[in-house]
Design a protein. Structure first.
Length: 264
């Protein structure tokens, strides 16, 4: 086994004396670990750093992405929730396969375990980690942006017992905002995906405000701020504006007004 703590201390330099594919395979296996130090501090941070630095070739990134996709159906929650983080790094690095998208969509909208932090497993963050990949896909030219916008609202409106915490709603709000920066979106493209929220929030259950309604409202409030102020996309030093910002803000206000009627 490699001394991965030493790799971190050495500035994430690739260890000498072993083939890169063996090192990547070891790290990929560690991403399934229930030990948060092994999985998060070592495996994820090192793999993400190497991917960002261009250590892995396009073929190696593609193979790693193919290895991550089956984990969306893994019985272990930590395996499921760290797969999108690695895929996000891969897509951001410029490698993309259309076959990765449907398994991600199926998992993201259906995942039932939305715990943010667990005392034994550490950070799980299914919704936030999935949001990071959704945002990367939403900005990719080969992915229909409306597809990702619909996925985001579908995730929010899916019944759950979890009220989001640890800024997860902001992570998804940012991903939706980043997707909305796509120039090809028409006014209706940029707003019609919110119609399911209007329908669902207009017919509240007898028990009142449910967790998914709370999650939806908080996320859309964050999105409103991005639409109004702009957002930083990638390494850009300047704010990027949503082209249809005014229409988006008007539609968001229509949605939010349903549950918070003191909005004008």
């Amino acid at each position: 086994m490699t001394d991965w703590a030493q790799v971190r201390e050495a500035g994430f330099a690739v260890p000498e004396g072993r083939p890169l594919d063996e090192l990547v395979a070891e790290l990929a296996g560690m991403l399934r670990s229930p030990d948060p130090v092994v999985r998060d501090r070592h495996a994820y941070s090192i793999l993400a750093t190497w991917i960002g630095r261009g250590v892995l070739s396009a073929d190696e990134l593609r193979a790693l992405g193919d290895e991550m996709v089956p984990r969306f159906t893994d019985p272990e929650i930590q395996a499921r929730t760290f797969a999108p983080l690695i895929l996000d790094s891969i897509v951001t690095a410029g490698v993309f396969e259309p076959s990765w998208v449907p398994p991600f969509e199926r998992w993201y909208v259906a995942e039932e375990d939305l715990r943010g932090y667990d005392e034994k497993l550490g950070w799980l963050h299914a919704l936030a980690h999935g949001a990071d990949l959704l945002g990367a896909l939403g900005q990719h030219a080969a992915v229909e942006p409306v597809q990702m916008l619909r996925l985001g609202i579908g995730r929010l409106l899916t019944p759950t017992q979890y009220v989001l915490r640890d800024m997860e709603d902001d992570r998804l709000g940012y991903a939706l905002a980043a997707t909305l920066t796509r120039d090809e979106l028409t006014g209706s493209d940029a707003t019609d995906w919110l119609d399911p929220a209007i329908r669902q929030l207009s017919n509240p259950p007898a028990e009142g405000i449910t967790p998914e309604v709370t999650n939806t409202v908080r996320t859309l409030r964050a999105l409103y701020v991005f639409a109004d102020h702009g957002l930083r996309v990638g390494d850009a030093k300047k704010l990027t504006r949503i082209p249809q910002a005014e229409q988006v803000k008007t539609k968001l206000a229509d949605v939010l007004r349903i549950v918070t009627p003191y909005y004008l």
